[in-house]
Design a protein around this ligand. Structure first.
Ligand SMILES: [Zn+2]
Length: 312
């Protein structure tokens, strides 16, 4: 679901709390210098980007992911005073961008932070916006389901970490290279296999979360946009649109129904019931890195689920 406009109020509260915390503190905290262990402090909006930072930075980084609770919808996140402090003290910031997590830029702007802010959306070939943190109409901001975009984000993380810590720059570059190689070795072949056997087959998504992955496997999204847009905005789907959607899901051409693992509403429940009735496999797409996974194992798992659902 899209975030509501309560963010500014939440932020104002966070800022004033943060300021109160600072003024009552006896010793000043070192703002943008390395922490005691000599590690670089990185703050990522979600644990997806936190995982990328850890994979590239290894023991040289201390990573904080502001959103890591799998049961929560990242779009509904409200920043706290503690988050504000983390951002203020970070040396590198990573956001998804495209209106997904605008609190990152807002909080950075409200501090004197000079830390670079990496916006993942700007590495997507589909990105055409001008302000990386803002939503663009018609742009699917869930770029973390595009492994090639994320490989490019990893390269940028390596570059920025190398600027902060030149001594270890070659390690970061090598890690980013290995990350891309792992995607090419584990995820890409599955997507290629699916595309060979199933290119052009229809899929239905209650929200556009996993679309980049499904489309890079050659699958065709046939969801009426009025349906997915209403669900994403958290609005009621018009009855006629819902009826069309259910007819489509049960009509025999849709091969997979994707639902959002974080945000399920009445329409999603009905879509799932229709899929069960019509024996259409349902795949849950998470917006957060599931427990015990890293980015590559997660995307490998998702691609495998798609392949299995299609029966090959
Ligand atoms: Zn989403």
């Amino acid at each position: 679901m899209k975030r509501p406009v309560v963010l500014l109020a939440a932020l104002a509260a966070a800022s004033s709390l943060a300021l109160a915390g600072c003024s009552s503190s006896a010793s000043p905290s070192p703002a943008s210098s390395s922490s005691a262990g000599g590690t670089i402090s990185v703050v990522a909006s979600t644990n997806v980007y936190g995982d990328i930072a850890k994979t590239i930075g290894g023991e040289h980084v201390e990573v904080t992911s502001l959103i890591a609770d799998e049961s929560k919808d990242p779009h509904d996140f409200e920043a706290t005073a503690a988050d504000q402090l983390d951002i203020q003290n970070a040396q590198l910031l990573i956001e998804n961008g495209g209106g997904y997590d605008p609190f990152m830029a807002t909080m950075k702007d409200s501090t004197s932070s000079a830390a670079p802010l990496i916006s993942a959306v700007t590495f997507s070939p589909e990105w055409k916006g001008s302000n990386p943190s803002e939503a663009v109409d018609g742009f699917n901001e869930h770029v973390f389901y595009d492994p090639q975009t994320i490989a490019a984000v990893a390269d940028e993380v390596a570059k920025q970490l190398g600027t902060i810590d030149p001594t270890d720059a070659s390690t970061f570059t090598a890690n980013a290279k290995a990350f891309r190689a792992a995607i090419d070795a584990k995820v890409t072949p599955i997507l290629t296999d699916i595309s060979k056997a199933h290119a052009g087959e229809d899929i239905f998504v209650t929200e556009p979360v996993p679309l980049y992955l499904a489309e890079s496997a050659g699958l065709k999204n046939v969801t009426p946009s009025a349906f997915s847009e209403a669900v994403e905005e958290g609005q009621d789907v018009p009855p006629a649109t819902l009826l069309d959607a259910l007819t489509l899901i049960g009509g025999g051409t849709v091969k997979i129904l994707f639902v959002n693992a974080q945000a399920a509403g009445a329409e999603t429940t009905q879509a799932e019931a229709k899929a069960a009735e019509a024996k259409v496999p349902v795949i849950k797409a998470s917006e957060l890195l599931p427990d015990g996974q890293n980015y590559v194992s997660w995307m490998t798992d998702m691609a495998t689920q798609i392949k299995t659902a299609l029966g090959s």
